[in-house]
Design a protein around this ligand. Structure first.
Ligand code: FES
Length: 260
């Protein structure tokens, strides 16, 4: 067996050991024990848990709150979530390392994503990613040394009608080009106000994470819910008087209703 395929054994005070054959795959950085979590954070974690009939259902927004405080899923955040929900740290880690919106290393003040899935790739997504990497001087999965920007390659954002698409702090930046991306990054670096192409003014990544945790900032209605490209088919159908066909008489729901 080559050295590269030797498993690494992790154990860092959680009482759980596990082997990884992919040591670079992005496990939670247990060596970085820094944290900003306070009693207030724990109280807010409990507040989130109390919103659900099954407290464990609250884990996803709780992890967003951890990210809003620590800029990543921190070991202290994992322990706090586990304590509040009375589950193990391994169970929390399993969730935190499954979803790509949870960051195991510190994200930047602005977290930038570039979609390179099929349609965005056809429309220039890979060139866009290269331009952003060049502009920021980092590769996907990295954060700039000054902590201002982090970058990731995104899978389809369900915004293919605006390809190629970027996201900044989870807000859409539609129909981007390398030059519009560079201009956007210059504005963000200079601290100038920047709006998503759909209208909402961008806030920092941590502030956006707090909103995802369920603490609204009162700005949910900024910008339209859907842009013209997404609504084009509906507009055409309305113009031509097209309607979806009625459900067949023998549809399961109809049969069920008739049986009552
Ligand atoms: S392929 Fe990029 S948003 Fe769908």
């Amino acid at each position: 067996m080559s050295a590269a395929s030797e498993p690494e054994v992790y154990s860092a005070g959680f009482g759980h050991e596990f082997e990884s054959f992919f040591p670079e795959s992005g496990s939670v950085d247990l060596a970085d024990t820094s944290t900003n979590i306070t009693e207030t954070t724990v109280a807010e974690l409990r507040q989130i848990a109390a919103r659900y009939p099954q407290p464990r259902s609250a884990l996803l927004p709780m992890l967003h709150l951890v990210q809003s405080v620590d800029g990543r899923v921190s070991p202290a955040g994992i322990e706090a979530c586990a304590a509040v929900l009375d589950i193990t740290t391994a169970q929390v880690s399993g969730v935190a390392t499954f979803y790509t919106m949870y960051k195991r290393r510190p994200a930047g003040r602005h977290h930038v994503g570039v979609c390179t899935t099929a349609l965005c790739a056809v429309m220039g997504g890979d060139h866009l990613l290269e331009a952003v990497e060049h502009k920021l001087g980092i590769h996907e999965g990295q954060t700039t040394a000054d902590g201002q920007f982090s970058l990731e390659r995104l899978e389809c954002n369900a915004a293919c009608d605006f390809a190629p698409v970027m996201m900044v702090n989870w807000e859409f930046m539609d129909t981007m080009t390398p030059s519009s991306a560079e201009e956007l990054l210059d504005d963000l670096a200079a601290g100038r106000p920047v709006a998503s192409t759909r209208g909402a003014e961008l806030i920092g990544w941590r502030e956006a994470e707090r909103v995802l945790a369920g603490f609204p900032d009162g700005r949910a209605d900024e910008g339209p819910a859907a842009g013209p490209a997404s609504l084009l088919g509906l507009d055409i159908a309305n113009e031509r008087g097209w309607r979806a066909p009625a459900a067949p008489d023998d549809s399961p729901s109809q049969t069920k209703q008739e049986a009552k």
